[in-house]
Write a protein that binds this ligand. Structure first.
Ligand SMILES: *Cc1c(COP(=O)(O)O)cnc(C)c1O
Length: 392
């Protein structure tokens, strides 16, 4: 059997995939059978420092030769140092629990909120989320996801306590005396690269604080410099009660994190994760944050964010027949396509032209390049994209 047949035989059929078999990559260029592809997807916002980054590779090799994993029953030095770095970069004096994925981080966030809601005179457990949101694939986080298509009956029953509203302004009237938290992405990723208005989010944060309702910000996609700032919460100037992180944090090594000001809420036995924050993933996280925070300090990230953003806007202008809008922030950008069929064509032609991009809800082409993508790779990627679009 060839590789495609083996894949079909042994791997469960959960993804509509293209069968390109990459052998290696460097920076934002991937190779398959001697042909190069420009990577504007970074493994769905995961490879934040690109492929085969020397500093990350060396740190991982060095760490693997010492200890990869013990358990959270002992102190894990790199985990502590990673938490300290996250606190420094975010400016939030929070406590952190490490997990292995975005969904697992959000599960932790929801458990924190529910415990908080159990402490008052009257139990509060409801969490309000937004339509077009995406919070993960576990039974609970899929239910937290505000897209009805995700809650089909094949997987029911789902946990109670999740309600959805269309827009931020609808949150206020959805709150009742059982509501304990509001959970949202500041820039909805899977839902269509939709960013919310900063004033509106700040007003909501103030209102929730005043009414003792927790604000959970899902930064699984928007965190770790994706928007140009360390956290989208920093960019928006808000101070959430709970923040979840994952995708870009380990540069490809699985890691998730839930951060909170409620440092004393969980006690031993409340929550856990066997792998969470082990030596290898924590070392990956520290290395990624060192690389990216240095680039941020030098002004390099801001410069390339602008460079990339201008290219997105220019291509939207040049192909007004295909795109209705250019959306998103920083290295989390999208183009709204006028219809479904055109989006499918754009996806196919991009691959044919050796460019990896993503799609998202609301007929959106989505770009999530590595935070370290070089200018020449940006140029080459948009050249290929333009060529793909011109073939429609
Ligand atoms: C990807 C994503 C998740 C789920 O993360 P996994 O690591 O796939 O579990 C949750 N929330 C947001 C905003 C995401 O983009």
């Amino acid at each position: 059997m060839n590789l495609i047949e083996l894949d079909k035989n042994h791997i469960l059929n959960t993804y509509a995939k293209s069968y390109i078999n990459f052998s290696h990559g460097i920076s934002s260029t991937l190779y398959s059978d001697g042909e190069d592809y420009i990577d504007f997807a970074s493994g769905i916002g995961v490879n934040s420092v690109g492929h085969a980054n020397d500093e990350l590779t060396n740190a991982l090799c060095e760490q693997a030769k010492k200890i990869i994993h013990i358990s959270n029953l002992q102190v894990i030095e790199p985990q502590v140092m990673l938490a300290k770095k996250i606190v420094e970069l975010s400016g939030f004096d929070m406590g952190i629990f490490f997990a292995n994925s975005g969904a697992e981080a959000n599960e932790g966030a929801i458990k924190l909120a529910r415990k908080y809601g159990s402490l008052g005179d009257k139990k509060r457990y409801k969490v309000i989320t937004l339509e077009h949101s995406f919070h993960g694939r576990t039974i609970t986080t899929v239910k937290a996801t505000g897209q009805e298509s995700f809650h089909n009956d094949n997987f029911s029953p789902y946990p109670d306590g999740f309600g959805y509203v269309k827009q931020i302004k609808d949150i206020y009237k959805a709150i009742d005396d059982e509501t304990v938290a509001v959970m949202l992405e500041l820039v909805q990723g899977e839902g269509g690269v939709e960013s919310f208005d900063r004033e509106e989010v700040r007003d909501l944060a103030k209102y929730l604080k005043k009414h003792d309702i927790l604000l959970i910000i899902d930064e699984v996609q928007s965190g770790v410099y994706r928007t140009g700032e360390f956290l989208a919460s920093n960019l928006y100037g808000i101070t959430p009660d709970i923040i979840s992180l994952a995708k870009g944090l380990g540069g490809g090594v699985p890691i998730g994190a839930v951060m909170t000001f409620l440092k004393d809420l969980f006690i031993p036995g409340d929550h856990g994760s066997t792998f969470g924050g082990n030596y290898l993933s924590s070392r990956a996280g520290i290395t990624v944050l060192n690389i990216l925070s240095n680039l941020k300090d030098s002004g390099d990230i801001d410069e390339r964010v602008k460079y990339f953003g201008d290219k997105v806007d220019n291509i939207a202008d040049a192909h007004k027949n295909l795109f209705s809008e250019s959306v998103g922030i920083g290295f989390m950008r999208g183009l709204r396509v006028k219809d479904d069929e055109v989006l499918a064509k754009i996806m196919k032609l991009s691959i044919d032209n050796h460019l990896l991009i993503l799609k998202a809800g609301r007929n959106t082409v989505r770009f999530l390049p590595s935070i370290t993508i070089r200018k020449d790779e940006i140029d080459e990627g948009f050249k290929r994209f333009d060529k793909a679009l011109s073939a429609i």
